[in-house]
Design a protein around this ligand. Structure first.
Ligand code: GRF
Length: 218
């Protein structure tokens, strides 16, 4: 099953790029059906357009309440009929008007080993605290701040002399890998749940057998 993705972004879009690259390289059986940003000038939107993927901006200030804004976001996502919604650098908390539309189908990538250092500037928080190891987390999204159930994590060592930039860069490499890996595994799980098996190499069939049956064997 090719897993259909809607990706929500606010900025640079390197995690989105990692997903699109993995799909392009045949490492991820998925399709990005839409990219949605709350920031109309997010470079991530350009990255999507460069791949011919629909890229839409939904601005908070165009709506009078948070619920209306989230309903517009959810409508934009739902039009793409996504199996999974990926928050990849989407910098807003989402509430019931969005999340209740997609129960169990919204995940986020965060640059720390949650539950340590939720919220903004997680890499700076880790350096200031003085931890020796940090990393990144993919988790389900609930109403709280980076508080949903953890799906998977990667550990990154803090090196002597690290600053926010050097540490962020090493974590980001792991983010890209982890996010693609989690989406791949979730896609496989969804296929299984839908009663499909991931493709297996089939036993060689003789030309005679093919001609006789005229159809694929199980
Ligand atoms: C990443 O560090 C992600 O973990 C955090 O925001 C950053 C987004 O980076 N939530 P990018 O836009 O994917 O390059």
């Amino acid at each position: 099953m090719r897993i259909r993705l809607a990706v929500l972004v606010s900025g640079r879009g390197s995690n989105l790029q990692a997903i699109m690259d993995a799909i392009g390289a045949g490492r991820l059986d998925a399709s990005v059906e839409v990219v949605i940003s709350d920031m109309p000038d997010a470079p991530a939107l350009e990255r999507a357009r460069a791949r011919g993927i629909p890229a839409v901006a939904v601005r908070r200030r165009d709506y009078s309440s948070r619920a209306e804004f989230e309903t517009a976001l959810a409508d934009a996502a739902e039009r793409a009929r996504p199996d999974l919604i990926v928050l990849a650098g989407f910098m807003r908390l989402l509430g019931p008007a969005f999340l209740d539309r997609f129960p169990g189908r919204v995940i986020n990538i965060h640059p720390s080993l949650l539950p340590a250092f939720p919220g903004l500037e997680a890499q700076r928080q880790a350096l200031e605290y003085g931890v020796k190891f940090t990393g990144c987390t993919v988790h389900y999204v609930d109403y709280g701040m980076d508080s949903g159930t953890i799906i998977d994590q990667r550990v990154v060592a803090v090196m002597p002399g690290d600053d926010v930039d050097s540490l962020s860069a090493r974590i980001l490499e792991q983010e890209h890998d982890l996010l693609v890996e989690v989406i791949r595994r979730m896609g496989e799980a969804m296929s299984k749940a839908a009663g499909e098996r991931p493709e297996r190499p089939r036993a060689k069939q003789s030309a005679k057998g093919d001609a006789r049956c005229g159809q694929e064997q199980a």
